[in-house]
Every structure is written in C-alpha cells, then in structure tokens.
Design a protein around this ligand. Structure first.
Ligand code: ADP
Ligand code: MG
Length: 249
C-alpha cells in the first residue's frame, strides 16, 4: 500500500475526457515522477489530489483516508502540500516575512482544530522561520524583497514555505519550468537534499527529463489521460511505448 493510492479516477471537462481510469500508487519516502506530453492530464490529476477538482468517479486515498469531498485547506492539514507551477510568494514582503506566513497558518489551523494546547509564541515562529531559511540555504537572503530574486531562489523559498507546513507528501507541478539551466540544477540539488534529510514523499510532474532522471525512484507515464506505464527509471528510458507517446507530441 502506498501513502497515496489513486484508483479508477475519471475526469471530464464537457466532451473532453481529461483523465480516464487513472491508477497511481506512490510509496512512502520515494520520489515519484509523473511525466507525459502536454495535455496528458498531469495537472488535472494533481488538482484532483489537492481538492481543487473533484473526480467524476474513482477514489483518492492518502494514508488510508479519502481526500474526496474535502476542501483544499483540509487536505493540506492532512499532510499534503503543493508547489504551484508559477511561484506563489508575496513580492513586496521579504524572504523572512514570506517564510513566517505558513508557520502562522499552521499554528492557527492547529489551534482551531484543538482549541486548546500550546500556542506557538511569536518568538517561536520567528525561530522556526529562521531555521527553515537555514535549511533552505537562504539565511543570507532573509531581508531581501522577493520581487528582485531569481526564479530559482523564488522557487527555493516557495518549496521551503511548503516544507514549513511539515507535509508528509509534497507535490510539485513542473518546478523547473521556465528556469535557466543553472537554476534548474540548483533546484535538483535542493530536492535531493530534501529527499536525503527528511521523511517525506515527493510526487513531481516534470517535463525536463534531466530533472526526472536525476530524482525519480519511480515514474508513471500519462498519455491522453491514461497511465501508459509505471516503472523504475532505467526501464522507462528504453520503453518503446514511452518513446512513441513523446514522438507523437
Ligand atoms: P498537462 O498538465 O498534462 O499538460 P492538463 O491536465 O493541464 O494537462 O490538461 C489535460 C486536458 O484537459 C487538456 O486537453 C486541457 O486543455 C484540458 N483541461 C484542463 N483543465 C481544463 C478546464 N478547467 N476546463 C476544460 N478543459 C481543461
Ligand atoms: Mg500541466
């Protein structure tokens, strides 16, 4: 049993079948890449995991609990955190101020759920944010306004903001899209570091095969809304069905 189990998921947009009978099993503490040509349904699938879309049929189980019918913030509290395709940080705030936001949100969410208990103090929040900036190798940028940062650094901050919520499953939708090669390589190194240092499962949608083969333990290939193959990276490389799906682009 994987930490994430998707079974028989279908999703239609009017006459278009965006997802057709999708099955996916993501094992705990692995990096699972979902690849496939443009329009294959990768983002739609991700949206079904975080409550942004509701599948027409099928089930999505996270750690034995169904996510279907839950609001995105509830799914987030269950332990799933998502990095968006375009960075979602506040440009007129500093790196440190941005980093404090998810920690405040987690504190307030936990406080609402339990209504009692130890509320983190402001000092604890600052300390937690500072520790996360050190973990992300961004401590020297703490007072920078994020609007002036490179795409790679924005993404690094955003990944850190997701990790600050202490998720068990981190979802990334094309984290290196639009990045220069140096920023892409920095992002690969960061994700390798996260994988080595944390108990976390990562599901990543990625177009760049260099990124996929640098990180993935397991790969699912989606084509026209349906999984074509799921296998280890070494078996995906030479698979004729995969080549065909990509050549068809
Ligand atoms: P990918 O992320 O693999 O490129 P998407 O999941 O974004 O693919 O899209 C899959 C298909 O569903 C595409 O044909 C796309 O145009 C269509 N689609 C995605 N979202 C919507 C939507 N909200 N309404 C209508 N069609 C959509
Ligand atoms: Mg997409």
């Amino acid at each position: 049993m994987g930490i994430l189990e998707v079974k028989g998921v279908n999703k239609r947009f009017g006459g278009l079948q965006a997802l057709g009978n999708v099955n996916l099993s993501v094992r705990e503490n692995t990096v699972h890449a979902i690849i496939g040509p443009n329009g294959a349904g990768k983002s739609t699938l991700l949206n079904c995991l975080v409550g942004k879309l509701i599948p027409d049929t099928g089930s999505v189980m996270f750690d034995g609990n169904s996510v279907l019918g839950r609001q995105p913030h509830e799914i987030n509290q269950m332990g799933i955190s998502r990095v968006f395709q375009t960075p979602e940080i506040f440009g007129d705030l500093t790196v440190m101020e941005n980093m404090m936001i998810p920690i405040f949100a987690k504190r307030d969410g936990a406080f609402r759920m339990h209504a009692v208990g130890n509320m983190m103090s402001e000092k604890d929040i600052v300390e937690a944010a500072e520790k996360m900036l050190v973990d992300m190798n961004m401590a020297d940028k703490r007072n920078m306004h994020t609007a002036s940062m490179s795409r790679g650094d924005k993404r690094r901050l955003e990944i850190g903001m997701c990790l600050a919520q202490e998720p068990r499953l981190l979802l990334l939708d094309e984290p290196t899209a639009g990045m220069a090669r140096a920023d892409t390589n920095n992002t690969i190194d960061l994700l390798k570091q996260i994988k080595a240092e944390r108990d976390i499962t990562i599901a990543i949608i990625e177009h760049d095969m260099h990124v996929v083969f640098s990180l993935a333990d397991r790969i699912t290939v989606l084509a026209q809304g349906t999984p074509l193959v799921e296998d280890d990276p070494q078996n995906i490389k030479g698979n004729p069905k995969v080549r065909e799906a990509y050549l068809g682009e």
